[in-house]
Design a protein around this ligand. Structure first.
Ligand SMILES: Cc1cc2nc3c(=O)[nH]c(=O)nc-3n(C[C@H](O)[C@H](O)[C@H](O)COP(=O)(O)OP(=O)(O)OC[C@H]3O[C@@H](n4cnc5c(N)ncnc54)[C@H](O)[C@@H]3O)c2cc1C
Length: 311
């Protein structure tokens, strides 16, 4: 349990923002979640390393939070420290005169900003990721993707800080990733990554961007809070949304949570949804899809329990 002595020590480690009893609903796209005992925003990798080492030594639970666009927090919040990466926001394009370019991105860089800056700089490769609202670090951790590419495909390497506070470089060949999954050591934080992009004509980049934009506008609900797709697609030919739609579940509600009318794999918050409501809806969908379609749907959404997720 977090006590005053811990908070004082953490205050000495972190120069960035530190909030006690932070309402997590304000830090997620779902707008759901009770208070975290403490929410902190380290401003560099050494602060983060010192913090992780301290929390590990003191057996204090922690959770890494990017932009909060793929998480469902508990209605009672989180007992421990939520480490938000928003202040780790550096970005650098490495020019070497060739058509191939390397870009270093820190964990907290918003993906929409990364896509937009890369495109404006005449770099091709990220356009399909347009509209994914997460952070770069969250994108690495979830291997976010769209239009047939994922962050893992673009990576040259990532740098992690492990729970002992040590920084480790993982080259692409040692990265273990599959569809919407990146295997990272438990409790570690992806602090930065290098991606590879190529130079291209601005007109071509604009076309690619426009096709990503129109696909997303047609297919995804944008008017209500959500956390993106709730379930992973069982296979590329069997989207979870089609399975759920087939059962006629669009519009189905549990309390303030509703299966989106636009995309059956999205659950939206109609205004006052609780985590409990969302979990009830998830359970109904999973049970019915299993009973009627014989498919066991796997969650894409990260459901965070009130206690630790890292032990
Ligand atoms: C409207 C909407 C559309 C979406 N469309 C897509 C889409 O097309 N494709 C897609 O893949 N996703 C999509 N998503 C889901 C989401 O945006 C992505 O999964 C995104 O990459 C999550 O990033 P985040 O920073 O928000 O992560 P968070 O939600 O903050 O965290 C997600 C998980 O990653 C962990 N994590 C976060 N940062 C780090 C880090 N630096 N190091 C280690 N672990 C970390 C967290 O502990 C948590 O387990 C969508 C979401 C919304 C709301």
């Amino acid at each position: 349990m977090l006590v005053e002595r811990h908070i004082e020590e953490i205050r000495n480690i972190i120069r960035g923002r530190l909030l006690q009893n932070a309402a997590l609903s304000g830090f997620t796209s779902f707008k759901i979640g009770g208070p975290a005992d403490l929410l902190v925003e380290p401003t560099n990798s050494s602060e983060l390393g010192n913090l992780l080492r301290y929390l590990h030594e003191e057996h204090i639970d922690y959770l890494i939070l990017g932009a909060g666009t793929n998480v469902l927090f508990h209605d009672n919040g989180f007992r421990g420290v939520v480490i938000r990466t928003a202040a780790l926001d550096e970005w650098e394009i490495h020019q070497n005169g060739s058509d191939r370019c390397r870009v270093t991105l820190s964990a907290g860089v918003p993906l929409p900003a990364a896509v937009s800056r890369a495109c404006k700089a005449g770099l091709h490769g990220m356009e399909a990721l347009w509209g994914i609202p997460g952070s770069f670090g969250g994108g690495v951790a979830t291997n976010a993707g769209a239009g047939g590419i994922s962050i893992g495909d673009l990576l040259e390497s990532i740098s992690l800080v492990d729970r002992a506070g040590k920084e480790i470089l993982i080259p692409k060949e040692d990265l273990n990733y599959t569809y919407r999954t990146m295997c990272l050591p438990a409790g570690s934080v992806a602090i930065r990554g290098i991606i590879r992009l190529v130079r291209a004509e601005q007109g071509f980049i604009e076309e690619e961007l426009e096709s990503a934009r129109s696909l997303r506008r047609k297919k995804q609900p944008t008017d209500r809070p959500s956390a993106g797709c709730v379930f992973k697609n069982p296979s590329p030919d069997l989207p979870a949304g089609s399975l759920i739609d087939r059962l006629g579940f669009k519009g189905m509600q549990a309390g303030g949570a509703q299966v989106s009318e636009v995309h059956a794999n999205f659950i939206v918050n109609t205004g006052n949804a609780t985590a409990e409501d969302v979990l009830r809806l998830i359970e109904t969908i999973r049970n019915e899809v299993f009973r009627r379609e014989h498919v066991d749907l796997e969650l894409e959404l990260c459901v965070i329990s009130e206690g630790s997720t890292h032990e």
